[in-house]
Design a protein around this ligand. Structure first.
Ligand SMILES: [Zn+2]
Length: 279
């Protein structure tokens, strides 16, 4: 039977990406860049999970309402997109409190079940964050990138399919844990693990390879796709960044939305909470 995959959108502004840090401006594109994604999801009758940055919600309450009313899941991507590594426990709690205050105002009493850390910034250095998520009533986290390929993030040796995450070691499963982790699922070819399910990798890899690789993952399990509105938006401001940051930030933006549609056309997707059986 065809696998149903999890689709996640990290709803943030172009300036929340770590690689353009410090270039924040008043140019806001969150709403304009998200609309085409919502229209595509409607066209393919697909629901998704939106991990929303609280300050983006504060500035775009109508957008958040409309996402929710279309049947998508609202998850948390912190209040101000600070990397969790750079926070201590009380600052992290503050981020979540501010996020929930804003969401309460916009959506009323809606249960927020899922969390994604900015830049996948949860690993064993700040595993205390998982306990905080539980205190706030979260049922799942989707912040573990289970391979070390990027200088910033990645947890080598973590499981590559959903698991009940241990609070002692994020690479370990604990069947008693109340928090489910949905890690990004790399393509495995022998011992080789290749990230293909979102962001730069999705923009850089040809559609035919994505199709082949994701089908291969689907032989045994669902995958979790991630995408950012600024990644598929032509007016995302371009800066003279160092070469590495420039390539990772801007490569493939003009064709990303088409690729996103290609995946909607060829794979089945739904909200993360639904794939995890938490609805
Ligand atoms: Zn983000």
């Amino acid at each position: 039977m065809e696998k149903i995959n999890a689709l996640s959108i990290d709803l943030e502004e172009w300036y929340h990406s770590e690689l353009v840090e410090g270039r924040r401006s008043s140019f806001s594109q969150a709403e304009e860049a998200t609309r085409p994604i919502l229209d595509l999801l409607d066209r393919y009758q697909t629901k998704a999970s939106f991990f929303v940055v609280g300050e983006v919600a504060e500035q775009n309450p109508r957008l958040i309402k409309s996402i929710f009313e279309r049947g998508h899941e609202i998850g948390c991507h912190t209040f101000s997109h600070k990397l969790v590594w750079n926070l201590d426990e009380s600052l992290f709690r503050e981020e979540l409190e501010r996020f929930h205050a804003v969401m309460g105002k916009i959506l009323g009493e809606v249960k927020i079940k899922g969390f994604r850390a900015p830049c996948f910034s949860i690993d064993n250095r700040n595993k205390w964050a998982l306990k905080v998520l539980l205190d706030f009533g979260y049922q799942y986290d989707a912040s573990i990138f289970p391979l070390k390929i990027n200088p910033l993030y990645g947890v080598s040796g973590a499981p590559t399919r959903p698991y009940r995450i241990s609070f002692e070691d994020v690479r370990k499963e604990n069947p008693q844990s109340s928090l489910v982790e949905f890690p990004l699922c790399p393509l495995m070819i022998g011992k080789l693990k290749i990230p293909i399910s979102g962001g730069f990798y999705l923009r850089a890899l040809p559609s035919s390879f994505l199709y082949w690789g994701l089908r291969r993952i689907n032989r045994t399990q669902p995958f979790l796709l991630y995408f950012h509105p600024w990644e598929g938006y032509d007016k995302t401001p371009r800066f003279k960044l160092p070469l590495y940051n420039r390539v990772i930030s801007y490569y493939g933006i003009s064709s990303a939305l088409r690729k996103f549609e290609f995946l909607l056309e060829h794979f089945k997707f739904t909200r993360v909470d639904q794939v995890l059986g938490l609805m």
